[in-house]
Design a protein around this ligand. Structure first.
Ligand code: ZN
Length: 264
């Protein structure tokens, strides 16, 4: 069986610069999901712009006020999850089916709240995975591959050790991540997806792309991904969860995909 893979993006927080990201994705014929709260400290785009973006891209829930679920009481966490979805659906007139917990922080009880609110999938901040979504509490849980941000190598290593992802850690070192720059790492992971299949998932915050260097890095990656989309279709997060987030076969494939072969 040949390797089947796909690509996706997600952008968090709804900063006005998301419009620029949307234009770039459009230019290269790429797809993805924007996770947007009604209010965030970093600033959010106007409702009119959000509606405009929602005509071309999937919009996901990110709580109503961009609050970390683990710091809220249960009733407040539940209403933040639910009300963020209701608000988004009122603005866009479309079903909001994907959710991303602010700061990537959630516990198992929050997954039950997210499922109860009617979402089908959750995007996490797990890095360096090419895995398909896995099932938990009736939801498809999506890991990611690369964040469009230079992390200090120690931050990534700490992050991977915290979730005991030794495979991710190993892959990070082998793929040259120790240099700390996201663009070359993204290129290597993209090549790997073309070889072995899986989901290449690039995510970020447009407010973090503010330096010219970051925008030009993003443009170079988007150009490459635009060239590869014949081989690796580019889908929204929700499309991937609907297509691959349900079966146990997916889970088996997913486990194989995170088990990287040693370098030749
Ligand atoms: Zn956020």
């Amino acid at each position: 069986m040949g390797a089947t893979g796909c690509m996706t993006f997600s952008w968090d927080d709804g900063h006005p610069s998301d419009m620029r990201v949307g234009e770039l994705l459009d230019r290269h014929g790429l797809n993805g999901t924007f996770y947007i709260p009604m209010l965030a400290r970093t600033g959010t785009m106007s409702v009119g712009r959000l509606r405009d973006l929602s005509r071309r891209f999937e919009m996901g829930g990110h709580t109503l006020h961009h609050l970390s679920l683990t710091k809220l009481s249960n009733p407040l966490a539940e209403s933040e999850i639910h009300d963020g979805k209701t608000w988004m659906e009122q603005v866009t007139g479309q079903t909001c089916s994907m959710f991303c917990p602010p700061a990537g922080q959630y516990e198992r009880k929050h997954l039950r709240m997210i499922a109860k609110a009617g979402f089908i999938g959750v995007r996490t901040i797990e890095l360096l995975s090419l895995g398909y979504p896995r099932r938990a509490c009736g939801l498809a849980i999506m890991p990611t591959t690369i964040q469009a941000k230079d992390h200090a190598p120690t931050t990534i290593i700490k992050h991977l050790l915290k979730r005991i992802s030794l495979r991710g850690l190993w892959s990070y070192i082998v793929r040259g991540g120790v240099a700390g720059q996201w663009e070359p790492l993204a290129r290597r992971m993209l090549e790997r997806t073309a070889q072995i299949g899986g989901v290449f998932h690039l995510w970020g915050h447009s407010w973090e792309l503010e330096s010219e260097e970051q925008w030009s890095r993003l443009e170079r990656i988007l150009q490459l991904m635009g060239q590869m989309k014949g081989q690796l279709p580019c889908l929204s997060n929700g499309e991937i969860c609907r297509r691959w987030g349900a079966s146990s076969e997916t889970l088996r494939n997913s486990q194989n995909l995170t088990r990287f072969a040693p370098p030749a």
